[in-house]
Design a protein around this ligand. Structure first.
Ligand code: SF4
Length: 366
């Protein structure tokens, strides 16, 4: 490996073209050395059992490392074993996940745990192909578990890796194309050091997270593969990776109600499928309503309404839709209508999983 890295540097100085496979192989040695010296201390890296690696990888999808840490600790404390995850009440699970968003991830964890109990003897399977059969586990997560927990030499290609390798090879292919990801997985699985799969995959992800960063200028001066990186050499990293622009998000207007009576407040359970499935929410409806329209829309007897107080507007952004919300605090002089679940304000946060989308209004509960 040492020879290859040096040889590539010499050839590059002589202006020779190198094939992609040689360039990828030449990355291995400096990457492993750098990772050995720069790996961040992360809770899931101590004792990387298949279960801990799996939970951390699912949490890290769409969520920053710093934000995941407290969730990971809390989850491991509550459900330290796969068998407990398979049996946990959905409401408890969603409460543990509350704030992380993308709740389907949590539901899939439980489904996968049940499958692992029934089909794989209570363990995560020690095979990349079997891991792929579990709900919520795609090629990246299967590669991460297989390599980090079991030492299987298979690539784990996430957004970080797509960016680093596209820049290294100065590839202008669209990184959102599934075919590009597949071909990168194949090439890396072929060229990675077979006995150091865990460090290799983690090193590559780590470079993407801390050196070859997505926004702003990459830190090429600190990068272990600087000498063989084509985008670094030609200063084209600002143009790479290439991504097709995302579709514009749909905007939905909503009116949210803090419907209160004494120490109690109304919530509703959301449907079992779709966005934020099975979580709780405050009564709400499509569109921005005026105070005078609330009683009819929310099934309230006008004479029971003591006070209507407008609340601040709030926006919550999901991947495909944005909620633009306006709110009211409505105080009733008698019990809440039966269609609502009447809960004590003081216990709402501990007992009921309420998604972050309503965070601006949760904070206003007195
Ligand atoms: Fe990224 Fe620069 Fe390293 Fe190339 S040299 S991989 S552009 S940080």
């Amino acid at each position: 490996m040492k020879d290859l890295y040096g040889k590539i540097q010499i050839l590059e100085k002589q202006g020779e073209e190198l094939d992609e496979i040689s360039r990828l192989k030449a990355m291995n040695r400096p990457l492993l050395t750098w990772y050995g010296e720069h790996a961040r201390q992360l809770p899931w890296r101590d004792n990387p059992t298949p279960y801990r690696v799996w939970i951390s990888e699912i949490m890290l999808q769409q969520t920053r490392v710093e934000a995941v840490k407290p969730y990971f600790h809390r989850f491991m404390e509550a459900l330290p074993e796969l068998s407990l995850l398979a049996e946990v009440e959905e409401e408890t699970l969603l409460k543990l996940w509350e704030g992380l968003g993308y709740y389907t991830r949590a539901k899939n964890l439980k489904k996968a745990a049940i499958t692992a109990m029934e089909t794989f003897g209570g363990q995560l399977p020690e095979s990349y192909e079997d891991l792929l059969t579990l709900p919520g586990i795609g090629s990246y997560t299967a590669g991460a578990i297989a390599s980090i927990a079991f030492g299987i030499p298979v690539a784990a290609v996430d957004g970080n890796v797509l960016r680093v390798i596209s820049r290294l090879l100065e590839s202008r292919e669209d990184i959102l194309k599934p075919s590009l990801k597949k071909s990168m997985e194949k090439k890396l699985t072929l060229t990675m050091p077979k006995d150091r799969a865990s460090e290799f995959n983690q090193g590559l992800i780590e470079i993407g997270a801390t050196v070859c960063i997505p926004n702003g200028q990459p830190k090429c001066g600190q990068c272990p593969v600087n000498a063989i990186c084509l985008a670094g050499k030609h200063h084209t990293y600002g143009e790479i990776p290439v991504k097709t622009p995302k579709k514009k998000r749909r905007i939905e207007q909503k009116t949210v109600l803090l419907l209160e009576h004494g120490d109690h407040i109304a919530i509703i359970k959301r449907p079992e499928s779709g966005l934020l499935a099975s979580l709780y929410e405050f009564p709400n409806c499509e569109g921005w309503l005026e105070g005078g329209q609330l009683a009819e829309e929310f099934g309230l007897e006008t004479e029971t309404v003591i006070k209507i107080e407008p609340l601040e507007k709030a926006v919550h952004v999901f991947s495909h839709v944005e909620w633009h919300m306006t709110g009211y605090r409505v105080t009733l002089g008698k019990e809440l209508p039966e269609m609502y679940l009447e809960v004590e304000k003081t216990s709402i946060r501990e007992k009921y999983p309420l998604p972050n989308a309503f965070g601006a209004y949760i904070r206003l509960i007195k």
